[in-house]
Design a protein around this ligand. Structure first.
Ligand SMILES: Nc1ncnc2c1ncn2[C@@H]1O[C@H](COP(=O)(O)OP(=O)(O)OP(=O)(O)O)[C@@H](O)[C@H]1O
Ligand SMILES: [Mg+2]
Length: 484
């Protein structure tokens, strides 16, 4: 391969010894060189307009999705021409066209320039023998691959700047929808990175109190952990039911030990998830969680004053997307600030639903809230599905009626029609053991090891847990679907 590149170059330059004018340098040297550099004729324009003049070759980023700048301008002179005399001309073409690199050549000498937003530098000068000897270096400087990579870097930076600017404007004008203004050329590198982020952040959301959000969160997360998924739970409810349900007392185990909780995470810029998280294990189930504290209930005013508070959790979770498979947020039963913070940080919503008339009617409000948040976000917020959280297995008649009621609520609106109700084998039965295990500070499967329980209670615990396991499988599928 190396020998053939060398041979190709020797052949090209042999032809150039007979060059008598600029045109033959273009045909016999520059065009063959461009091919060696990885470009095809569709990549360049000959005699392209640039400012007030015409540049001999303008190599464009045609095959890229992000053509923010051209790759290369080439100015060709006749053999014997002193390149230094024409440097000004190349500088002008580079500035006018905004291209990254420039090549000035008379067929014998080759001067390479780099244009950093109008500041043009001569990077290196090659002559024919040097290019033949050092063809790898010459090629790597100007080849298409290099240009694409450099352009990708610029584009990535521009995308970040774009996001910061929109964020600042949105905040100043108090118009969150401004953040949604799309970036014309979202960098492919960034899109790929986003796809590789494996975590799914889900808010278990229903503004109605006592529908089983927290119980569902703990046991569903345990089912996923049993499947081998890495889980983080975030208790963002001042009632701290998730925290106590996992056997941690916010007063004794956190405050009195001088440890931090969700309130520190939300209000202290430097406090990270690692500073607050607690890890608990029960057999093969391991859960990390951010504990809550009752003082969160007095913090609404402080939260509103915190800079960019709606995105505080988004930012803090960013680096954990590679660490966890699922991050669940357990919010309070309200439409307050912490709910917005939770929904802004999430990619999906899971709606727990009790099978009785009022909660079903309230579904409409839950979904409208989710759609309202979706409208102001840059990335979509998916309603992954509705999970029945307390189901009375005895009443078949009620079941038919409730299903009809749910379907009628979902059918009322086009957007709602896409929201799935998870199937019956995922419906969590109403059982005493489901209700008592959080009081004991463990998830359902740990009931197996509780000597205070009867055999029947343990069986009931395992039976109920199989529904959470079925739900976990459906949730994994729903998450995969929206991740694409
Ligand atoms: N499947 C179930 N069977 C029996 N009781 C249940 C079941 N699921 C939840 N509960 C009980 O219902 C009550 C409310 O549940 P939970 O605290 O999970 O709801 P929540 O929606 O998180 O409430 P809040 O809105 O106050 O945060 C609790 O006493 C809980 O133990
Ligand atoms: Mg709760």
């Amino acid at each position: 391969m190396m020998v053939s590149a060398k041979k190709q170059l020797q052949t090209i330059f042999l032809a150039s010894t007979n060059c008598s004018n600029e045109t033959s340098v273009e045909e016999n040297v520059v065009k063959p060189l461009l091919k060696i550099l990885g470009y095809v004729p569709q990549d360049w324009d000959a005699q392209a307009r640039s400012g007030y003049g015409r540049v001999d070759f303008l190599v464009k980023a045609r095959r890229q999705r992000s053509p923010t700048r051209h790759f290369l301008v080439i100015e060709v002179k006749r053999p014997g021409h002193h390149l230094s005399k024409s440097q000004w001309q190349l500088n002008r073409y580079l500035r006018d066209s905004g291209s990254l690199f420039g090549l000035l050549t008379n067929g014998f000498q080759f001067h390479i320039f780099y244009n950093f937003f109008g500041k043009v530098e001569l990077v290196h000068g090659f002559d024919q023998p040097q290019i033949i000897e050092d063809h790898t270096r010459f090629t790597q400087l100007l080849c298409q691959k290099t240009c694409i990579r450099v352009m990708g870097l610029f584009n990535e930076q521009q995308y970040k700047v774009h996001q910061v600017i929109l964020g600042a404007i949105a905040q100043k004008l108090d118009k969150p929808e401004i953040r949604k203004i799309p970036y014309r050329n979202k960098p492919e590198e960034i899109s790929k990175l986003e796809q590789s982020q494996k975590s799914m952040i889900i808010t278990v959301f229903n503004n109605k109190g006592g529908v089983g959000k927290t119980t569902l969160t703990i046991n569903l997360a345990s089912a996923l952990a049993k499947m081998g998924k890495k889980i983080l739970l975030i208790d963002i409810d001042s009632q701290a039911n998730l925290t106590t349900g996992l056997g941690t007392d916010p007063l004794f185990d956190i405050e009195r030990q001088g440890k931090k909780d969700i309130t520190h995470l939300l209000t202290e810029a430097k406090t990270s998830i690692d500073d607050v998280k607690i890890r608990k294990s029960w057999g093969d189930i391991t859960l990390d969680f951010v504990p809550s504290h009752i003082r969160l209930s007095d913090m609404e005013a402080q939260l509103i004053q915190t800079v960019d508070v709606d995105r505080v959790l988004v930012k803090k979770l960013r680096k954990y997307k590679e660490v966890y498979d699922f991050i669940f947020i357990d919010p309070p039963p309200s439409f307050g600030k912490v709910n917005t913070i939770s929904l802004m940080a999430s990619a999906g919503i899971l709606v727990p639903l009790q099978l009785s008339p009022y909660p079903i009617r309230a579904l409409e409000y839950v979904m409208n809230r989710a759609f309202a948040i979706d409208d102001i976000r840059e990335d979509p917020l998916h309603i992954l599905g509705i999970a029945v959280s307390m189901y009375d297995r005895a009443s078949k008649k009620l079941l038919v009626e409730m299903k009809e009621e749910i379907n009628s609520v979902l059918g009322e609106d086009k957007r709602r029609q896409n929201v799935p109700l998870f199937p019956e084998n995922t419906w969590i039965p109403r059982r005493n053991i489901v209700s008592t295990s959080p009081n004991k500070g463990y998830p359902l499967p740990a009931a197996e090891f509780d000597d205070e329980l009867s055999t029947q209670e343990r069986e009931a615990a395992l039976d109920a847990f199989t529904c959470y396991q079925a739900l976990a499988e459906h949730l994994v599928q729903a998450a995969e679907k929206v991740k694409g």
